[in-house]
Design a protein around this ligand. Structure first.
Ligand code: ADP
Length: 550
């Protein structure tokens, strides 16, 4: 018979994170960039006090445990306060991605049955336009002071600062089951309708421990973090919670993610760590290249940059290291995995490795962190070995991996062994590093073999004249599909098809070489900054490759 342990069964609650940060790191700053570039300086004690006041006031206004509350908001201290205020009461914070199509925003707010919408003034017009379709929303809160509140025709409209002013200081964070839902995010729905992922207090806290672990993101009280991943993108990768756990300083850039703004924050606030999707970093390096000698990169204290959301191009990893002395940590995950699942930290065997070898390791998506089991499976559901070559679909399981989508029963998204299928295609090497080769719907199937669009994109992005690259499979009468490379050249680039193919020929297998190259001014992206391959495939439907002569 199992003997039950005699340890305290204290629930893991998000309010506990805030209480901890306010007690042990009260003066640690939370810096927010406002419109016009002005910086507002708060700290963990103030965030905790104001979150408590908002929680108290929301309770008086009828917010009940389990109720859903939406935000359409940038990265600011107010949004951070809402992360804690809403979840801390037992209600659920639904961070909505304002870059989605308006119809998708209406769909997910209705699907989640959100009762209150908090919005930044930038989204006032959008909210007014959507309001008649939002069947469950009874109150709108504008994230501003009362004197900034525009006269909008919205039910129950009030300013956020009014809620703070009306709240009490003696709010007692309630204690409840750690499995209670705390926040929710919808997948961006690049195929079909968006689906809701419902995180719990327990999953969020366990995920925070992983973010703080030395072989996780190693977030500590000595870090100043520039959060360049939006707080509406999978809980900003968990950093708003993990930062409270360890007492890190946060710099929240508001809506400005341009290279110039990011560089200024990194420099002026002395940031040691930053996180963002590859496109954000492309913007930073474009700014640095254009600004040239007029910026002093040696003024940065930046040590680490976490890149995820899409494959980190090797060219970016190299630039961070060689130009800025910054170590890139690639991480892989998805909305359904909270998101951290694998992290590309180094092992002792890489000590003293030549830079080139180290870049190769950093270009992989990383090793499973404790808490997430990661396996690669073939089409028949057999688990494949970690041999660096057996390619299959990644499945994951663990306490911060989804079990069923919102509205569906628990475990309904899992197979009989409890695995969640990610739709990502990868191999795992002998050291356990995962290498994503594609999303299953993006992989190029050529003559019975698979070509990795990510590898080709990565190689093309290594060309000094290429700003961004995408590769899609185009039907081919002989090979079934062949790769088409679509390139955005840098401004003033001198680059042609033959030169680019020569460059690639030295870097990828011969039969992987794209059958054609197209130059464009821009590539379509999803609301979370990934290449929108569905659109590219539509745009190039019917495209005839020069090699397709049948
Ligand atoms: P959505 O699936 O709605 O676009 P997510 O943010 O959940 O939004 O995206 C998760 C997907 O992003 C993963 O399944 C994977 O395809 C891709 N991804 C995330 N991180 C990486 C990475 N480091 N390398 C390659 N692909 C990544």
């Amino acid at each position: 018979m199992i003997l039950t342990g005699l340890m305290q069964n204290k629930p893991l609650l998000i309010s506990g994170l805030l209480r901890h940060a306010a007690t042990y790191h009260p003066d640690v700053e939370i810096v927010s960039c406002l419109h016009g570039g002005e910086m507002r300086r708060s700290n963990w004690a103030t965030v905790a006090r104001r979150a408590g006041r908002v929680a108290a006031r929301l309770g008086e206004l009828g917010l009940a445990p389990g109720d859903r509350v939406a935000t359409l908001a940038w990265n600011t201290d107010r949004h951070l306060e809402l992360y804690y205020a809403v979840a801390g009461t037992g209600a659920v914070l639904h961070t909505v991605n304002p870059r989605l199509f308006p119809e998708q925003i209406a769909y997910i707010i209705n699907h989640a049955a959100d009762g209150i919408v908090f919005f930044d003034l930038d989204f006032a017009e959008l909210v007014v336009r959507l309001a008649p379709q939002l069947t469950t929303v009874h109150r709108f809160v504008a994230l501003c002071r009362p004197d900034q509140l525009p006269a909008l025709d919205l039910p129950g409209l009030v300013s956020y600062e009014t809620l703070v002013d009306e709240g009490r200081d003696d709010y007692d964070w309630p204690e409840f089951d750690e499995n209670a839902a705390s926040s929710m995010c919808y997948t961006s729905g690049t195929t079909g309708n968006p689906k809701g992922v419902l995180y719990s207090h327990r999953s969020t806290l366990l995920h925070s421990f992983a973010a703080c672990a030395a072989d996780g993101l190693a977030l500590t009280a000595r870090d100043c973090v520039l959060l360049a991943v939006p707080m509406f993108h999978v809980n900003a990768w968990g950093v708003p919670y993990a930062a409270a756990m360890c007492g890190a300083r946060l710099v929240l850039p508001g809506s400005g993610l341009g290279g110039d703004r990011l560089f200024a924050h990194l420099r002026d606030e002395g940031c040691t760590l930053s996180l963002g999707v590859p496109t954000v970093w492309l913007g930073l390096f474009q700014y640095l290249e254009q600004a040239g000698a007029s910026v002093d990169a040696s003024a940065l204290r930046l040590q680490r940059v976490v890149i995820g959301g899409s494959a980190a191009p090797r060219a970016i990893i190299e630039k961070f290291e060689r130009l800025l002395g910054v170590f890139v940590i690639q991480a892989w995950g998805m909305t359904e995995t909270s998101p951290l699942a694998t992290i590309a930290n180094l092992l002792p065997k890489h000590d003293g490795a030549p830079l080139e070898a180290r870049f190769a390791v950093q270009s992989r998506q990383g090793r499973a962190i404790f808490g997430v089991e990661v396996g690669v499976f073939d089409a028949d559901g057999r688990r494949l070995p970690h041999d660096g070559k057996s390619v299959g679909e990644i499945r994951v399981r663990g306490p911060w991996v989804l079990s069923g989508y919102y509205g569906n029963p628990p475990d309904s998204a899992l197979d009989d062994d409890g695995w969640f299928s990610t739709g990502d295609v990868a191999f795992i090497d002998a050291d356990g590093y995962v290498q994503i080769t594609d999303r299953s719907k993006d992989v190029i199937k050529s003559g019975g073999e698979w070509i990795s669009s990510i590898d080709l994109e990565n190689a093309a992005m290594g060309h000094p004249q290429v700003r961004e690259a995408a590769v899609i499979g185009v039907p081919h009468s002989r090979w079934q599909e062949r790769p088409l490379l679509i390139v955005v050249p840098k401004p003033d680039a001198v680059i042609d098809r033959a030169g680019l193919l020569d460059f690639l020929a030295a870097r990828v297998a011969r039969w992987w070489l794209p059958d054609d190259v197209v130059f464009v001014d821009d590539l379509p992206h999803t609301a979370t900054g990934k290449l929108l391959k569905t659109r590219l495939r539509d745009d190039f439907r019917g495209y005839r490759l020069p090699t397709d002569t049948d």
